[in-house]
Design a protein around this ligand. Structure first.
Ligand code: FRU
Length: 500
């Protein structure tokens, strides 16, 4: 740190403290972000509880990330929308809370759009509104034993998400008497003939309902979706509907549905469907459950709205935790982080299509030093790691360990990839946490394994995201060693720098 910075630090801290009511928290000059398990290249809130990513929208060079936030505790409670922005999806600036509970209830998950056509009348043609569409959860109604305590509301911002006005006539969509009626994800649907409408995907108990609107204020029911072969181990949450185009030009519509519990590793996970959407109805072409991520810790993820066509990517982020233990993981003064942002691509496979989740290319900005990893075991000189490994055997094994003998094993054996975190460090906080997780390869020939190690997470991308496992780990000291069996000699190890 430069001398001048050291001298001015106390003054800076005082200033930040004095302005903390209205000013963003500046993590660079705050003592936060240095804690033992604190993610160094994943987004986490400065303090307190976070769950689902919400309202992700791009505007004028900024990627907005709102999130389920409880500012008074490190466990879940009355929900607000926290807020951060990034210009590169890698470095984040924390901003003040965007949405607070109001007379209609707590602010549950939802989405945001830019109303370019001023269809709502809430902005203007020259300054289109950023509009958040979210679920109100009324705790009073819930306590009274009613069924209609979740409704949909909106709020808008005319200054790039910095200040928000709650729509006076909320809710915009009333509850028909179904307890679980939430998580609106809204997109503009263009029928290709110059006509369009807003489409809302909504999780309604264990199905997805689609509603449409011309103005974001009045909504009409279109159809619902709940094929009998889908995964129904728990309630359906946080849907997302969007088109993706494969390399051969084929376009498919993808529907994400998070489910809790009932995921492949127990607890929370996201299933998806590949099919068509005609502006009214979603039809699935896939006929069995597809999972976006086979790890235990990627939930409630959805994609960014309004990404410029010149960029063209479908960008995703998920909540890197699992409701099984999210509220008792050993982190303080914050709880939860987001996954690495990912680009979603449609990939043709033998019997249809899959959605690959690839780490965003911007993450490469964090590489400081790169080494060829040719030997079978290597000590790290850095705690933040990206390893790109090329197997030369059918089966392989990767062990990541620290000086305390705490170990994570990643193994391919036959048609399965396993992630074993039973000896990974702090595991005693929940009986569900220490486990070995199995992922079926479903015919994928493993060509590469890319691994990101942060202080409390490991993400594995097989063949650049055709199979993904996102997993939390809490080693008592940083991992310092990698051992390989079944790999060639031209693997790469990148040392990454912290984003904070
Ligand atoms: C998913 C979820 C959503 C809900 C939010 C409440 O994790 O349960 O369905 O809107 O969290 O915080």
């Amino acid at each position: 740190m430069k001398k001048a910075t050291i001298l001015f630090l106390p003054v800076l801290l005082l200033l930040i403290f004095a302005c903390s009511e209205t000013q963003p928290v500046d993590p660079v000059s705050s003592p936060l972000y240095g804690e033992k398990f604190r993610p160094q290249f994943h987004f986490s809130p400065p303090a307190n509880w976070m769950n689902d990513p919400n309202g992700m929208v791009y505007l004028d060079g900024e990627y907005h990330l709102f999130y389920q936030y409880y500012p008074d505790s490190t466990v879940w409670g009355p929900m607000h929308w926290g807020h951060a922005v990034s210009r590169d999806l890698v470095h984040w600036e924390n901003l003040p809370i965007a949405l607070y509970p109001d007379k209609n209830g707590w602010i549950f998950s939802g989405s945001a759009v830019i109303d370019h056509r001023n269809s709502s009348g809430l902005g203007s043609d020259t300054n289109p509104a950023m509009i958040a569409i979210f679920t109100y959860h009324d705790p009073v109604g819930e306590k009274e034993g009613r069924n209609d305590f979740q409704t949909q509301g909106i709020a808008y911002s005319l200054d790039k998400g910095r200040s928000w006005t709650v729509y006076e006539e909320n809710p915009v969509l009333d509850n028909p008497g179904i307890k679980d009626f939430r998580d609106p994800k809204v997109m503009w649907y263009d029928d290709g003939n110059g006509n369009g409408k807003w489409i809302m995907s909504l999780a309604v108990l264990d199905k997805i309902d689609f509603y449409s609107s011309q103005n974001l204020l009045d909504w009409t029911f279109e159809s619902d979706f709940n094929p009998d072969w889908a995964a129904y181990g728990g309630v359906w949450e946080c849907p997302d509907l969007f088109p993706l185009t494969a390399e051969d030009g084929t376009e498919k519509w993808i529907l994400f549905v998070s489910i809790e519990p009932g995921g492949p590793q127990g607890g929370s996970a996201t299933q998806y469907f590949v099919g068509n959407f005609d502006g009214k109805t979603f039809t699935s072409e896939s006929t069995e459950t597809l999972w976006l991520d086979y790890g235990a810790d990627n939930y409630a993820g959805v994609t960014w709205a309004n990404v410029p066509e010149s960029d063209g990517r479908r960008l995703f982020i998920g909540w890197m935790s699992n409701w099984q233990y999210a509220q008792i993981v050993p982190t303080d003064p914050w709880r939860s982080a987001m996954t690495l942002p990912r680009t979603l691509d449609l990939v043709k496979v033998d019997d249809g299509y899959l959605v690959a989740s690839r780490p965003i290319r911007e993450i490469e900005e964090l590489r400081m030093e790169s080494n060829t990893l040719s030997e079978s075991s290597k000590e790290f000189q850095n705690e933040l790691i990206e390893a790109i490994l090329y197997p030369d055997q059918q089966n392989f094994k990767i062990r990541i360990s620290n000086d305390n003998g705490e170990t994570v094993s990643i193994e391919k054996s036959g048609e399965e990839l396993t992630f074993d975190r039973r000896q990974s460090g702090r595991i005693d906080f929940s009986p569900e946490f220490p486990a070995d997780h199995h992922a079926p390869l479903n015919g994928i020939e493993v060509e590469s394994v890319r691994i990101f190690i942060d202080r409390s997470s490991i993400e594995i991308f097989v063949n650049e995201g055709e199979l993904v496992m996102t997993e939390l780990v809490f080693p008592n000291s940083p991992f310092t060693k990698i051992s390989l069996e079944g790999f060639g000699e031209s693997n790469t190890l990148h040392y990454l720098k912290s984003i904070w």
